[in-house]
Design a protein around this ligand. Sequence first.
Ligand SMILES: [Zn+2]
Length: 356
Amino acid sequence: MMFKHLKQISLPVDVRVYRGAIEHVKKIARKYDINFAVLLTGAKTDKVAGRKVQKLMECRTKKFIVRNASRQVAKKIEEEIGAGLGDADAVIGVGGGKVLDVAKVVAFHSNAPLISIPTNAAHDGIASPLASFKERGKPISIKVGSPVSIIADLEIIKDSPVRLLRSGYGDLISNVVEVKDWMLGVEKRDEDYDEIVASISTMPAMLLLKSSRELNFQNTSSLRLLVRGLILSGLAINMYGSSRPVSGSAHKFSHALDYLGYGDGTHGEQVGIGTIIMEYMHQQCYGEGDWEILKNSLEKILAPTTAKEINLNKKMMLEALMYSKTIRPHRYTIIEDQDPQKKDFEICLEKTGVAK
Ligand SMILES: [Zn+2]
């Protein structure tokens, strides 16, 4: 019998996570015969790494400075590449989430391999096949391709704003609760499931949670755990074909804040707070998990654990939590499972100390 049910997936072929990894792009250019590369970078990240990458590539490059991320910006670059620049052998994104999101779209539409060179580790977008934009104030996420290569130079990422690294931690540990949501979908809605993907999603998060007392993102070993975890989260999305393994109720709450335009938290900060709330609900309803461990770990790394810290009050929190019921209602989570009312959320905010 043929193994016709085996899943075929494309994995990144060249992933590097260490100090000085950026030097590896030199080899990549030779290894993959890159004669012409389109380089996307940010105004700041160009100075931090963009120029260096351009120099190391030793091939013809065309550089674009990405100032805001949108599909229009990507389209403009695509048009310019199409207009006489010739086919690119690779698209290289050097920067943070915004730059990488635009680079993903450009690479996908130009049918060119993407080399992702993140300069921070604020969320799992560094390796995921999804690009997120804000259009007319509303968040959108589109499926593109995964990077062929990810070069995460820990020396460069170490110097990124620590707030972003703490955000990456929040995004990563949310996987613990997001997979619990997935399991609910499996049990109650007979949803598809993949244990390997669930393990890839949650194991690094569990490891970080266990060692949160000793974590210091200025240390290479801590930073490596974080970056590896985020890369594996992106891989989980890639393997499963959707964000299901890394995005459930905590992300719904974060998206609700984005839609409402409330507060000033980063994606990972919002998701981190959402994780405390949703873990509390899972624990209350099914006796599984420990919201205090999650909250303590976020406190230990100095990430926000209260609404106030990201400029939200209790009223806004309750509105966002109620609004989260309208986000992706087909994705079954503790929110759909319990259909909590305002009063329930109020108790949860009080008990967890997220908003008084
Ligand atoms: Zn996320």
